[in-house]
Ligand binder design. Sequence first.
Ligand SMILES: Nc1nc2c(ncn2[C@@H]2O[C@H](COP(=O)(O)OP(=O)(O)OP(=O)(O)O)[C@@H](O)[C@H]2O)c(=O)[nH]1
Ligand SMILES: [Mg+2]
Length: 315
Amino acid sequence: MSDPPKRAEEASSGGWWRRFADRLATGRKAYVADLQELLGRPALDEQFFEDLEGTLLSADVGAATTERTLRRLRAEAASAHLRSPTDALHYLKQAFLQEMQRMDRSLRLDGQPAVVLVVGVNGSGKTTTVAKLAHLLGQSGRRPLIAAADTYRAAAIDQLKLWGERAETPVIAHQPGSDPGAVAYDAIQAARARGSDVVLVDTAGRLHTRVDLMDELRKIQRVIQRHDPAAPQEVLAVLDAHIGQNSAQQVKHFGDAVRLTGLVVTKMDGSARAGVVLSIEEDLQVPTKLVGIGESLDDLNFFDPARYLDALLGL
Ligand SMILES: Nc1nc2c(ncn2[C@@H]2O[C@H](COP(=O)(O)OP(=O)(O)OP(=O)(O)O)[C@@H](O)[C@H]2O)c(=O)[nH]1
Ligand SMILES: [Mg+2]
């Protein structure tokens, strides 16, 4: 996005990320206790590094990332640049941050309208993410519109209409059982007619093993491209943090059907796998652009690696 949203700046500058750290901490008491114990150690000895490695792996920081950064950390400690466990954790944060900053995490919303296609397995948090994103974008001066392209169940359409009311965002819906591509297309037309600048397309949950459903996703993408070859500007895969690294394996296959541009990691609240963003990005090489920490409208925010790492490492 060319203009950074105002609300994102406000939210990322304080309260929201404090809430994030609090909610992350409640789900992983054992891990936080381990970190505190590590910070209290008198020396950076081999036992410290081994225990730190175990702690990071248990929090679902990916194995390759953990190994790579610990190798650097040991080398730094050996050359006496690091003296205390606090130094070590700060160094670790910088090492992780360097890796994370290689990816562009901004949302591309430069279409007329821009189209954001939201995909993922069943129950990962797609529908609530669409509503929360409508709210977030609305607060930064955008005029979003939602397409109810999960047409399999009447309840799914009703759920989205209710969220649309809460987020004060119009929802374009067809009858249950209708063609999801047609809903997306209609929503784009409606957005043009009403002057909405972003269309958020909610889709049905699906497993990559269902060939017919993955074909349907390709078709939705094709229909959207008929309106604008550059659309969808964003294809966001929604992942449940509780499922950790397995979510990444599931989402990998979505990339065969659609062009994934970003990830949304939901349910970070109460997840014992706080390091999941690192392991998922290690596996998928797709940037996390948004994170969710609850079921309210303002529980979604643009992902901020530095704030995330502070929360992860208890800094
Ligand atoms: N604690 C918590 N719950 C969440 C979060 N995001 C979504 N949920 C809950 O997860 C459940 C599933 O969310 P939905 O948004 O309906 O998931 P979905 O991916 O649309 O589900 P399907 O359409 O059935 O595939 C709901 O009970 C949500 O309230 C989150 O960040 N934190
Ligand atoms: Mg849904």
